[in-house]
Design a protein around this ligand. Sequence first.
Ligand SMILES: NC(=O)c1ccc[n+]([C@@H]2O[C@H](COP(=O)([O-])OP(=O)(O)OC[C@H]3O[C@@H](n4cnc5c(N)ncnc54)[C@H](OP(=O)(O)O)[C@@H]3O)[C@@H](O)[C@H]2O)c1
Length: 282
Amino acid sequence: MENRQVALITGCSTGIGFETALLLARKGHRVFATLRNPEKAGLLREAARGLDLEILPLDVDKPASVKKAVAAALQGAGRIDALVNNAGWGAFGAVEEFSDAEIRAQYETNVFGLVRVTREVLPLMRRQKRGRILHIGSLAGKMAFAGIGLYCSTKHAVEAATESLRLETRPFNIEVAVVEPGTIRTPFKTNRRIAKVFQEGRSAYRKPMENLLRFANHPSPSTPGPEKVAAVVWKALQSKRMAARYPVGADAVWLPFLRRLMPDSLFDRVLEARYARFQQLG
Ligand SMILES: NC(=O)c1ccc[n+]([C@@H]2O[C@H](COP(=O)([O-])OP(=O)(O)OC[C@H]3O[C@@H](n4cnc5c(N)ncnc54)[C@H](OP(=O)(O)O)[C@@H]3O)[C@@H](O)[C@H]2O)c1
C-alpha cells in the first residue's frame, strides 16, 4: 500500500473546501474533493491539473450520494486517512421568522450532513485503527449574533458533536477536532439563504435586518481568505496529536474571549453600540 495520506473533503466547489483540497494535494495527499454539483467542478479541475486530486459528486443532504462517494474513494485508494467535513451554508433572518422547512434545511446540511458523512467513514477508520476527522465549524459555534441565530445553532451543534466524537473515537486511535473560522472572504455570504418572510418584505424585523445584511456584505479589507483556513487544516493534520479546537482569524480568538470576560449587561451594550453603527451606515 502507498504511504501517501488519503483525504476526503466535502463542499469543494468554492471557498474553504476548494482551497483545502488544493493545498492537501499540493502537499502530497491523495485527495478526493467532493462537490454536490458536477457543473461547478470546472475551476477546481483546472486548478488541480497535475495534482493527485479526484473530483467526486457528493451531496451531504442525500444518504445515497454520501454512500456512493465514500465507496468510490475507498475503491480508488483502499483507505481514508483524513475526512474534512466542510460543506455548509448560512441561513439569514430572525430566529422567530424561519419556517419549519427552512430550519430543517439548515440542519439537514450543517448537522445531519456532517454526521452522515462521518458515520459512513468511521467504520472504515476503525478497521484501519487510525484516522483524523476535522469539522469546519465556526466562530458562530462559540457565540451567537443577531440575524444568523439559526446558522449559529447548527454550528453550536457541530461543536458538541465534535467534543463527544473526540472522546468516543479515542480508543480506536481516531482523532476528531473542529476548525473555527471567524469571518473569511469566500462566496459564503452571497450563497446564504435569506428567510422567505424577509425576502417577501413581510418581516417584523425588516429595518434592523436590512442593516445587518448590508454591514455583513462588506467585510473589512483585512478579512482573511480561505487559504488561511486551509493552512490550519494542514497544520492540524500534520500535528502529532490534534487539539480539540482550531480558531482561525483574530475575531475567532478574541470575540469568544471577550464574551466570556464581560458580564451579559456590558456585552449587550457593546453589541447594541455596534448595531447602532450599522444603522448609521444604512
Ligand atoms: N466564510 C466564512 O466566513 C465562514 C466562517 C466560518 C465558517 N464557515 C464554514 O466554512 C464552510 C465552507 O464555507 P465557505 O466559506 O467556503 O463558503 P462557500 O464558498 O459558500 O462554500 C460552501 C461549500 O459547501 C457546499 N455545500 C452546501 N450545501 C451542500 C450540500 N448539501 N452538499 C455538499 N456540499 C454542499 C457548497 O456547494 P455549492 O457550490 O454547490 O453551493 C460549497 O462548495 C461552511 O461549513 C461554513 O459554515 C465559513
